[in-house]
Design a protein around this ligand. Structure first.
Ligand code: SAM
Length: 260
């Protein structure tokens, strides 16, 4: 398997790449790469570059660009998951798995039944969460690292989605474990799938949403939907909704590869 690295776009010149020192160290010390080895470089704007290493030492690495192509693995539809904050391992697991499946952005949300209530706890974890998003994107061969919004209360998050900071949501759902009327599938079927560019999904904590939280979300334009008659753990619900939304919108089909 060819190693893949997201690096800042300004490290990529027309014919050569100069790797940031920490990537160079990882290449030499951990991956034991040497001059002549080939790697794939990603610029996080959706392009990938085949690069042959020419020089590598613990703090420096450089290589020449052999080919450039657009990454075809990115979904056309941008799915933003508003995830209730929960215990560390569970939240990290959701970030990793939903990135692999194709989520475009994550917004950590504090609700009244969340296990984690302090925004500061969340902000301390941002560097680690960003590393998880980058590594998951490299591993699953995406061209973009999902965007991570800062943690917000549910009121702020609803306001941000509807007030235009994230754009007016054409499709927004709240997963409600007690909403047995409308399934996610039926709700999506009623929309014109080709017209959907952005989707927002709010996933509740272990203890679920309170009734006022569901009402506030509905008022903000979020439609309550069900994932079926069984109550899923929030981490199961988050990966399930990501897979179901992207599958129903045709984003789980294979696309032509940029080259052989
Ligand atoms: N006892 C909680 C309640 O009363 O809502 C169960 C919460 S469930 C473990 C965690 C979250 O996953 C829920 O808030 C909801 O967002 C989502 N969820 C779980 N199962 C679901 C289902 N069948 N349909 C829709 N959402 C579900």
């Amino acid at each position: 398997m060819t190693h893949r690295f997201f690096i800042p776009p300004d490290c990529i010149r027309s014919t050569e790449v100069r790797f940031p020192p920490e990537t160079a160290r990882q290449m030499q010390r951990v991956l034991r790469l040497s001059p002549g080895d080939k790697v794939v470089v990603l610029d996080n704007t959706g392009f990938q570059y085949d690069v042959q290493l020419e020089q590598i030492s613990s703090g420096e690495a450089a290589g020449k660009i052999l080919a450039q192509a657009k990454v075809t693995a990115e979904p056309r539809v941008r799915l933003t998951l508003l995830l209730a904050l929960t215990q560390r391992e569970k939240f990290e697991w959701m970030l990793q798995k939903c990135t692999e499946l194709g989520a475009a952005a994550f917004l950590p949300v504090i609700t009244s039944r969340c296990l984690v209530q302090a925004k500061e706890d969340a902000s301390r974890k941002v560097p680690r969460w960003e590393t998880i998003l980058r590594e998951a994107s490299e591993q699953c061969e995406r061209g973009l690292i999902p965007h991570l919004f800062s943690a917000q209360s549910i009121e702020q998050a609803l306001h941000q989605v509807t007030s235009g900071n994230l754009g007016v949501p054409p499709a927004a759902f709240i997963l409600s474990a007690h909403e047995q009327q409308v399934s996610l599938r039926a709700a999506l079927e009623r929309m014109n799938p080709s017209g959907i560019a952005e989707i927002y999904v709010l996933v509740g904590p272990e203890g679920g949403f309170t009734l006022p939280e569901v009402s506030a979300a509905v008022q903000a334009g979020f439609q309550p939907v069900s994932l079926g008659p069984r109550i899923l753990r929030m981490e199961t619900a988050s990966v399930t909704v990501t897979a179901l939304v992207l599958n129903q919108l045709g984003e789980m089909e294979t696309k032509p590869q940029p080259r052989g």
